[in-house]
Design a protein around this ligand. Structure first.
Ligand SMILES: CC(C)(COP(=O)(O)OP(=O)(O)OC[C@H]1O[C@@H](n2cnc3c(N)ncnc32)[C@H](O)[C@@H]1OP(=O)(O)O)[C@@H](O)C(=O)NCCC(=O)NCCS
Length: 202
């Protein structure tokens, strides 16, 4: 859990003016967290990428990816771990990590995939993503993984810059389907050595 110096924001959508603390908590396999992650996941995906996808493709993707049933199954999966970032009790971001998920581009023996990481638009650039990545890397180490990898849309330069600051490097590419649209993702990987990876250029 990471206390934060952050000074605004009350929910994913609504920045507040009063001082607040970010809490990163592990999501639990409860009905409440399944519903929260389904709602937050769909909202933040649409907020980040809705304008760059055809409405029908977006709706197909959201329906296939986010529902209380789907997120409940993810939360019950012992090879997955999810975290929710909260400010004043309101969710403002989340991350999902999966042990053992593989990519042809990743040669590690025991990789974990950072499957999703999203923060509310009002929170971008305020350190919430950093806190979530730290939680994921810590969990990957606890699982004795030797690498964390992810797919990121080639048209998402801010996220690519974010990952590069954590030491992720491009190792390949893969397709990611939004509805009927097959998009090209870069595969990026971070090898986990004994040394703690630190975000650069702070
Ligand atoms: C990518 C993302 C998770 C990063 O989380 P974050 O809370 O903004 O990250 P932090 O505040 O810890 O780090 C900020 C860094 O991320 C990058 N960044 C990514 N998106 C940014 C944004 N909208 N505004 C400012 N910086 C952004 C910058 O490189 C920045 O570095 P800097 O502080 O040196 O300028 C978040 O911006 C996000 O949810 N984006 C939309 C959804 C998305 O692209 N998810 C990843 C899919 S693969």
């Amino acid at each position: 859990m990471l206390p934060s110096h952050l000074t605004s924001g009350a929910s994913a959508e609504e920045p507040a003016t009063e001082s607040s603390t970010i809490v990163i908590r592990r999501a639990e396999a409860t009905e409440a967290d399944a519903r929260l992650l389904a709602d937050l996941g769909a909202t933040l995906f649409a907020d980040a990428f809705g304008a760059m996808n055809a409405p029908d493709d977006l709706q197909l993707f959201l329906a296939k990816t986010y529902s209380p049933e789907l997120q409940r199954a993810e939360l019950r999966d012992r090879d997955r771990a999810a975290w929710i970032a909260e400010a004043q009790g309101q969710a403002c971001g989340y991350a999902l990590l999966r042990r053992g998920a593989r990519s042809a581009a990743v040669t590690a023996d025991s990789p974990a995939e950072l499957q999703r990481i999203y923060t509310g638009r009002a929170w971008h650039g305020r350190g919430v993503g950093e806190a979530l990545v730290r939680a994921c890397i810590g969990q990957a180490r606890a699982w004795n993984c030797d690498a964390v990898w992810l797919g990121v849309w080639e048209q998402n330069p801010r996220a690519i810059a974010f990952y590069e600051k954590w030491g992720f490097r491009r190792v390949g590419a893969q397709h990611f389907v939004v509805g009927t649209d097959s998009q090209r993702d870069y595969v990026m990987a971070l090898e986990l050595s004994n040394a703690e990876p630190e975000r650069r250029h702070r």
